[in-house]
Design a protein around this ligand. Structure first.
Ligand SMILES: Cc1cc2nc3c(=O)[nH]c(=O)nc-3n(C[C@H](O)[C@H](O)[C@H](O)COP(=O)(O)O)c2cc1C
Ligand code: SF4
Ligand code: SF4
Length: 423
């Protein structure tokens, strides 16, 4: 059976599944229950000067029967006294010595960083996570994403933390930037042992059409919040991969953002994450989701012949390339399996209105639409809309042209449509 034990930036845990710093990791009792359910680690709800929260504070996008496909919050950091938090951290560590307890921190001055880091170490934390990512409320006070958006400030505060910390330091990055790479490099330059990403995306989740007040409603007002949940996963995956493939970036990544199951976790790991963190999916379905995550990842690793996480972390990075390196002559076309087609015509409508007008009614009166293969550009849209899994497949065709990319065309003057074997 696959070995799921994890070492992310020097922080060890029995498996790569950590609770992200958020309501599911708000207190000792919760984290103990999470560890009992199978979570390998937890990043404690961010500690700093305790704040007062607003009510209400969450909003969600419910999409065709699925609630919380996208999730939004205007919650701040811990609202519980620091003494209580540190007492509970010490208690959790005493009872779960092999699990990872990472303490998320957000304070302002150098003195405050020194003090809160020492208290975290004294409580027995295995690592620290500097919250440079919160995009609401705390950034208005000069913390959170206000730090994460400024590489020089990020680097300076990271270096303070490294000066005072004897345990590994992760820097949690904000996605509210144009390019994540300089921000990851700034954390690395400050001495970070690793980075975690992403925190939430600045957002307004919607507007109440009765009261005309944006959501979530606080009296007769609202505010922009942080977006997370399954909907943000593609953004998070890209940011993770952008850092992992950067030649100058060489510290571990803890991947976060829209992870709902073992497949999502495996994707983050293939794109460079040594551990993964989950918030929204736990808020929606509880700690027990980790059971399927552990079993699924383990079975998949066995199937693939991966014995340890190191066997596949970052393995998809070489296949993530700039568009200019893609083979412009690679061609695939859609094929319909007549045996599984139910004749719903969704593919035909999609291709006619949203693609290349090359799926037509069956002239023999059969229920299976017909693809004009000469006109098909292999865009995938019909496969995406088809309700029957496996009914439409995309198949590679040999069009007789040599592989050629735009960059080869620009750099070497390579002819774009060059027939194989011709001169
Ligand atoms: C209600 C709520 C509160 C959060 N509080 C914190 C926090 O205190 N510190 C922090 O670093 N991130 C916080 N986050 C962000 C999460 O840790 C995580 O980065 C983000 O939600 C993306 O992961 P997900 O898609 O699995 O939810 C919070 C998220 C939510 C939804
Ligand atoms: S792959 Fe695109 S172009 Fe080809 S049949 Fe499907 S929708 Fe039409
Ligand atoms: S969408 Fe799928 S099931 Fe429906 S007609 Fe097209 S191929 Fe058949």
């Amino acid at each position: 059976m696959a070995d799921l034990s994890t070492n992310c930036a020097g922080i060890r845990s029995p498996n790569p599944f950590w609770l992200a710093s958020a309501p599911p990791a708000n207190s000792g009792d919760q984290i103990k229950r999470a560890f009992d359910a199978g979570w390998g680690g937890a990043v404690w709800k961010t500690l700093g000067t305790p704040i007062q929260n607003v009510s209400s504070r969450f909003g969600a996008i419910n999409w065709k029967g699925s609630s919380g496909v996208g999730f939004n919050n205007i919650e701040l950091i811990t609202d519980r006294p620091l003494d209580v938090n540190f007492r509970e951290i010490a208690d959790v560590k005493k009872n779960y010595p092999d699990h990872a307890v990472i303490v998320s921190l957000m304070v302002e001055t150098k003195e405050e960083w020194k003090e809160i880091i020492q208290r975290s170490i004294d409580a027995g934390a295995d690592g620290l996570e500097l919250n440079f990512g919160c995009p609401h409320g705390m950034c208005e006070r000069g913390m959170g994403s206000a730090v994460g958006q400024e590489p020089t400030v990020n680097e300076r505060i990271t270096s303070w933390a490294k000066e005072y910390s004897t345990i590994p330091v992760l820097v949690k990055l904000t996605p509210n930037v144009g390019d994540i790479v300089p921000h990851g490099l700034a954390a690395q330059a400050g001495g970070a042992d690793g980075v975690s990403l992403i925190n939430t995306i600045k957002s307004i989740i919607g507007v109440d059409l009765d009261s005309l007040v944006p959501r979530p409603v606080v009296g007769n007002k609202s505010s922009n919040g942080g977006y997370c949940g399954a909907a943000v996963r593609p953004i998070a995956l890209h940011m993770c991969a952008a850092l992992a493939r950067d030649p100058g970036f060489n510290v571990p990544i803890s991947g976060i953002g829209g992870i709902t199951n073992w497949q999502d976790a495996a994707e983050f790991m293939l794109l460079g994450s040594s551990s993964v963190q989950v918030c929204t999916e736990v808020m929606l379905h509880g700690y027990r989701i980790v059971e399927d995550m552990i079993e699924g990842l383990s079975d998949w690793m066995d199937d693939k012949g991966f014995e340890t996480l190191d066997d596949f972390v970052g393995k998809s990075i070489p296949a993530y390339s700039d568009w200019g390196n893609l083979d412009l002559n690679f061609e695939s076309i859609a094929k319909i399996d007549p045996a599984s087609c139910i004749g719903c015509n969704k593919c035909m409508v999609a291709c006619h209105d949203g693609a290349h007008q090359c799926i037509h009614p069956n002239e023999q009166g059969l229920h299976v639409p017909v693809i004009d293969e000469d006109e098909c550009v292999g865009c995938n849209l019909c496969q995406i809309v088809c309700p029957v899994p496996g009914c439409i497949t995309m198949e590679e065709v040999d069009n007789g042209f040599d592989p050629a990319s735009w960059n080869q065309h620009l750099g070497e003057g390579k002819e774009l449509r060059h027939k194989k074997g011709s001169h």
